[in-house]
Write a protein that binds this ligand. Structure first.
Ligand SMILES: Nc1nc2c(ncn2[C@@H]2O[C@H](COP(=O)(O)OP(=O)(O)O)[C@@H](O)[C@H]2O)c(=O)[nH]1
Ligand SMILES: [Mg+2]
Length: 462
C-alpha cells in the first residue's frame, strides 16, 4: 500500500518539495494524519492574499519552508486561518526544523498567542513571519512566544526557495504495511516457550546468579508498570506490587529492586528489575546522573530514598571497595512512552544522552522499551497483533532510535498491563520477548566482562 498521502487539491498538478521520508516524519509529530498541499508560494505567489485565498478556513495547517541553505522548517497551528481579527490561543502550536535527519519541535510558550488572525502573511507568535513583505523571505521579529534560534532553525538564511502550507487531517484510513516488519508468533506455545527459556536462563558467569536490569525513564513512562506486568505474567494473575500511577512528579522516590518469583510458591527467577525515581527535565529534580552512576556500579542499596537536591553519597567504607559483579547493573532499559517521543524536550534528550555516555563507558548493555503502543496507534489498540504492521509504530521506533542513538533492533515496543483485569496472550508475548532480549543483552555484557577481566578467578569461571 504505497499510497501518496500528499494529495493535490487542484486540477493542475501541484507537486510538493517534501520527500516521502520527511513527510512521514512531520506526520509523526502530528499523530496519524494526512497532509494535503493547499498552497505553494512559488506557484500561487508570495503575497498574503494568495495565501489566504487558499488557506483560510481549512482547519489545522502545517507550514513548511525551504531556504537556499537547505534548511526545512516551519510551524503548525491547530486553529484555522479566518481573518477574524482575534488574538488566537493555540496550545498545540509548534515550530519545527530538521536538524540532521530529525525534525526538532519548539512548543509555544505558555500564555502567548500564536498570532493575531488578520489578512497578513502567515506568522507564528507574531514573531516568525513567512513571505514577509510579500517576498520569499522569512523574518524573525523576536518575541516571547517561541524560543527560536535563527541559526539552528534556518541557518540565519532568510531567503526562502519555497513555502508550502498543508491541510492537516486525521487519517481516515490507518496505514498498514503489507508485511510485518518484525515476525512474532502470537501463540500460546510461543508464550510458554519464552517463559520456559526465561525460567531456565543462567547468566553466563557463575559469580552472577541474577541479572540486574535497571529501568530509567521519565515519570509516567511505565517503569513500574513493566515490573508489575512481568510479575503478573509469572504469577498468573494481574498484580500491582510496584506503585504505578499518573502523578505529575515522580511517584517512585525509592530505589527498589524487585525480584520476581515463578508463581506464588515458586523459585526466584534469574533476574531483578530495578525501579528508579523518574527522570525529570530540570537538573536538581528527579534522578541525577551521579545517582545513576552509583546505581550502575552497584553502590545503591534497595529502598534507598533519593533526594532530588543532593545526589547519593556512598558510604565511604563501601565505596572504597568496588561492588561485586552481582551487585552491578547488567542491562539498562530506557523506558519511553510511544506517545511522547516527538514531544521529548531537548533537555530530557540531553539528560538521556549524558546517561547513555556513562552507560557506554561502562560497557553495559542498553535497550529501549517503548511503552503505550496501544495509546499511540488505534490499529494496535484494537488488535495488538497489528503492532508490526503499523507504519506509525514503525516510524516511532525509528524516531526513538535516532533520538536516543540506539539501533532500531534495540527498540522493543510493548503494551504494559494498565487497566486489564486478566492476562492477555498477545500482551504477554511482547512483554516476555522484551525481557528475553534484556537477558540476551546482559549475556553479551557479561561475555565482554569475561574477556576484559584480567582477574584469573573471573576468567576461570567462563
Ligand atoms: N495504555 C497504557 N498505559 C500504560 C502503559 N504503561 C503504563 N501505563 C499507564 O501509565 C501510567 C504511568 O505508569 P507508571 O508505571 O506508574 O510509570 P513510571 O512513572 O515510569 O513508573 C499508569 O497510569 C499506567 O497504568 C501501557 O503500555 N499502555
Ligand atoms: Mg514508577
Amino acid at each position: 500500500m504505497h499510497k501518496r498521502q500528499v494529495r493535490d487539491d487542484t486540477t493542475n498538478s501541484l507537486t510538493s518539495d517534501l520527500t516521502e521520508e520527511k513527510r512521514k516524519q512531520l506526520c509523526g509529530l502530528l499523530g496519524n494524519v494526512e497532509l494535503t498541499l493547499l498552497y505553494r508560494a512559488s506557484v500561487h505567489g508570495y503575497n498574503a492574499s494568495a495565501f489566504h485565498q487558499r488557506c483560510d478556513r481549512q482547519g489545522p495547517t502545517l507550514l513548511v519552508a525551504y531556504n537556499h541553505s537547505g534548511y526545512i522548517f516551519g510551524g503548525y497551528t491547530s486553529v484555522e486561518y479566518a481573518q477574524s481579527g482575534q488574538h488566537i490561543t493555540d496550545e498545540e502550536a509548534f515550530l519545527f526544523s530538521f536538524q540532521g535527519k530529525i525534525p526538532v519541535c519548539i512548543k509555544i510558550n505558555n500564555g502567548h498567542y500564536v498570532r493575531y488572525d488578520d489578512a497578513g502573511v502567515p506568522n507564528f507568535g507574531q514573531q516568525l513571519y513567512f513571505c514577509y513583505n510579500n517576498q520569499p523571505v522569512v523574518y524573525n521579529q523576536g518575541g516571547g512566544a517561541f524560543t527560536v534560534n535563527a541559526a539552528t532553525m534556518y541557518g540565519n538564511d532568510t531567503q526562502m526557495t519555497e513555502c508550502e502550507v498543508y491541510k492537516v487531517e486525521q487519517s481516515s484510513q490507518i496505514s498498514a504495511e503489507e508485511k510485518p516488519w518484525r515476525n512474532v508468533l502470537w501463540t500460546a506455545e510461543r508464550r510458554d516457550e519464552l517463559m520456559e527459556s526465561i525460567r531456565n536462563y543462567k547468566p553466563m558467569m557463575t559469580s552472577v546468579n541474577q541479572i540486574r536490569i535497571l529501568m530509567i525513564g521519565p515519570v509516567g513512562a511505565g517503569k513500574s508498570s513493566f515490573f508489575n506486568s512481568i510479575n503478573s505474567i509469572f504469577m498468573g494473575r494481574i498484580t500491582s506490587k510496584a506503585m504505578s500511577g499518573s502523578a505529575g512528579t515522580s511517584l517512585t522516590t525509592q530505589f527498589r529492586t524487585y525480584p520476581v518469583k515463578d508463581g506464588r510458591e515458586g523459585k526466584p527467577l534469574p533476574f531483578v528489575l530495578c525501579d528508579t525515581m523518574g527522570l525529570e527535565e530540570q537538573s536538581g529534580a528527579g534522578l541525577d546522573i551521579e545517582d545513576i552512576s552509583s546505581i550502575l556500579q552497584g553502590h545503591v542499596p534497595d529502598r534507598y530514598k533519593f533526594n532530588p537536591i543532593t545526589p547519593f553519597q556512598p558510604d565511604e567504607q563501601k565505596a572504597s571497595r568496588p561492588a561485586s559483579l552481582q551487585e552491578k547493573i547488567h542491562c539498562v532499559v530506557y523506558v519511553i512512552d510511544a506517545t511522547k517521543i516527538s514531544l521529548m524536550s531537548d533537555k530530557l534528550e540531553e539528560k538521556l544522552a549524558a546517561i547513555r555516555r556513562k552507560v557506554n563507558s561502562l560497557g553495559i548493555a542498553q535497550i529501549v522499551l517503548m511503552t503505550k503502543v496501544d495509546e499511540a496507534c488505534s490499529l494496535v489498540e484494537e488488535d495488538l497483533q497489528s503492532l508490526y504492521v503499523s507504519s506509525y509504530i514503525k516510524t516511532k521506533v525509528q524516531e526513538v532510535s535516532s533520538r536516543l542513538g540506539v539501533p532500531v533492533s534495540c527498540v522493543l515496543p510493548v503494551k504494559n498491563y494498565s487497566q486489564e483485569l486478566e492476562l492477555e496472550l498477545n500482551c504477554d508475548i511482547l512483554l516476555l520477548t522484551a525481557l528475553q532480549q534484556m537477558l540476551n543483552f546482559a549475556d553479551d555484557y557479561l561475555d565482554d566482562v569475561c574477556h576484559m577481566e584480567s582477574n584469573p578467578i573471573l576468567k576461570s569461571c567462563c
